[in-house]
Design a protein around this ligand. Structure first.
Ligand SMILES: [Zn+2]
Length: 109
């Protein structure tokens, strides 16, 4: 008997690919239809959760964890670096949620 949380690797690979496709769709759709872009993000997060795949750090800074809105710099998101917290503070201008993205050592920040 297989536990439901154990998904085969090929399913995870497909899920990861779908997440990436949904994010690029969101990126393309955002200027004309932000509501649709937000839907794509919600879908991508649902897929990632169901298949327990991690959304890459690069994609993770493109949406709001609180309201699942797609975030576009200069439109609905603000980035601030905090030396004290050694992190980038990402403020969603749609709901006001602030998330912290710790500096990664490899990135040399
Ligand atoms: Zn938000």
């Amino acid at each position: 008997m297989r536990t439901p949380s154990k998904k085969p690797q090929w399913q995870k690979d497909i899920a990861r690919e779908r997440v990436e496709i949904l994010f690029s769709l969101a990126d393309r759709t955002f200027p004309a239809r932000p509501d649709r872009a937000h839907r794509y993000v919600q879908l991508a997060r649902k897929i990632a959760m169901r298949y327990t795949v991690r959304i890459s750090p690069e994609l993770r800074r493109r949406f709001c964890r609180a309201c699942s809105h797609y975030l576009r710099p200069g439109v609905n998101v603000r980035f601030r670096t905090s030396a004290a917290q050694r992190a980038v503070l990402v403020t969603c201008l749609d709901c006001g949620h602030v998330s912290r993205l710790p500096y990664r050592r490899e990135s040399g920040l």
